[in-house]
Design a protein around this ligand. Sequence first.
Ligand SMILES: [Cu+2]
Length: 651
Amino acid sequence: MAQICPGNCAKVVAVNTWKTYLVGVLGLLLCVSGNELAQATTGVGPYTVPQVVDINPDPSIVETYIVADEATVNIGNGVTAHAMTFKSCGNPADSSTCSTTGTIPGPEFRLKVGDRVIVHFVNNLNKSGLTPEANVSGIHWHGIEVNNQSDGTELTQSAVDPKGGTFNYDFTVSRPGIFWYHPHHHSSTNQVAKGLYGSIVVEDNHGYEESLRTSVVIPSAAQTKTLVLSDITVCGKPGTNPATFDSVLPHVSGIQAWQINYQNHPLTQSPRILCDTDPLDANGVYLKQPYAKGVVPNIQSPSLTGRMSEGFTVLTNGVNVGARAGTPAAPGALAAGASTLDVQAGQGLRLQIINPSPVRHMRLRLTTDIGGQIDLVRIGGQGGLLNEAVVEGGVVAGFDFNYGKGEILVPPAGRADVVAVIPTTATGVLTLWTEDFQRVEATYSWIPTVPVMHLKVNGIAGALYSISNGTALLASFGAQAMVKALDPAVDDLVLGSGEAGSTNKDIQLTFFTKGGAFEASIDGVPMPRDFTGGFGTGNPFYLESARHANLANAMELTVTNATGAHHPFHLHGFSIQPISLSKAGTTEYTFPLEFLDIVDVPANNTLKFRVSLDDRKKVDGSVGGGQGRWLFHCHILPHATFGMMSELHVH
Ligand SMILES: [Cu+2]
């Protein structure tokens, strides 16, 4: 198809490998020079993402080979990582047909509603010397309402073998929004942590978004950037790995002794532990030898008694943008070599944000050169544009978000479509920071606040842009364009004779204690780990927590988080309409009208949502593509692996 090509768009052509390398090097030099807008196609810059190669001449079909491989990448600050990467190729046997040599993030799909996507997946993960089982993979199209055959999970297909195994995905995109793709099979926690993810942006096919760009209600394509914000840990030379974060890094959690807390926290995954003292293989087995310098260690421990925490370096489109002294409230000097993006005072800047991190919540705050806060106005996210723009956070009608008003919280696997107005008075460098977050109800994650984007003000825009809370988006096109509320739904869960499962319309996220350890689960039902549960060799689940429903039913269900920590709840295959969050003794929060597939459920809250189990075509064109087994789980990936995962079986 003809690609929609906004400002972050690399040209969709096949290029020779050496050219890609050369352009990449030039791109990095340009980034460092602070003139990233002038950058050409790279696939390796903090404010640029590579695009897929489309080999299908039909304008409504995007067809490509997506190849998973191991690759050595430069994540900035002179750090080289032996990562896992996706690349897009016209022919996987001919590297000159690939858009990049393999990057973090992988190539982006830019699509319109109604487009058909055909992906020939090739698994070339075979170099690490790990067991073949640990290198099996696949692709889950996160948030896309695909046919069940293309969902890319252990419930819908056998894992694709390394050393050249293939699988074809074929689906049609039915809803606008920001989505992403990643592996979902054995050890996918490790594969995602090592870099296997990419963005998908789907625009509506009625011209609404295009019209809003033309009328400058939202910024132009040239002022739109994809930001894949993730984290990674890279081993140093054995014996040199830190046990905690650098003490000079800024931190805003409010916990004065956070460094000590972090160092001593039983769930800490410091580089010293992951690389030196307790390195794990991809099956969760402790290795005898420390990892070498440059290795991205496995993070999936065999049980929750092991450690689980955020990666140590935050990446913006695969690159660390460079530090800044001070705090968001009082920013200091940029580190030498920090990457900046040129902006003009008075312009609008649209950020399409995706968080593929296995654990980290991205709590984002944009500040001026002197620490003034600039609102991040949310215009959409997981389900396309909103009816009206909204400024979130703070305390709304008595509900405390636990992040500041005008900040944005993007949980693991979450996405946000936000716009910032660069103040007419801005000078110097603005910085977008990710701050510590109260992920566990009683306390913070003890992670430092670090920059994810630096904006260098260079002149004043010819026309001044504005947007604010309540600006009409889809609402400006009338009722037919607006996000519709699902009717109060009445259908029930079902359970056929001989089926295991529950008809309880409240799904419980629980921790229970077993042998002194926390076990994550749905409804308190333990699940075999995907290290040990015989995936691909029969049914991997205890099915007492499965839910069953009939296709075309519309239901209202709840998710009760019975733990003291946030869990981002994800349902495969069907976008849900969140209605409310409530907690005993506090005010209920009502969501703006939209469709989501990830909802961050705070500790001890109950999420009420509606879902319509709409059908879609199977790969062969026949009806019934909505039928089948669809996972639901917490998207803190170690939690899912530990057992906070079950399935919705649609009959
Ligand atoms: Cu969780």
